[in-house]
Design a protein. Structure first.
Length: 39
């Protein structure tokens, strides 16, 4: 049972990390485009 709980925690952490990375890349995308457009 403890092993199952650990799996849930790891799963939540992975999902949070993936979401954070996706959001960060989405927010960086216009920034990168803007900079490449300027140069």
């Amino acid at each position: 049972m403890a092993y199952f709980a650990v799996n849930i925690e790891v799963g939540r952490y992975c999902i949070k990390t993936v979401l954070y990375v996706r959001i960060a890349s989405l927010m960086d995308w216009p920034f990168i485009m803007f900079h490449s457009f300027e140069e």
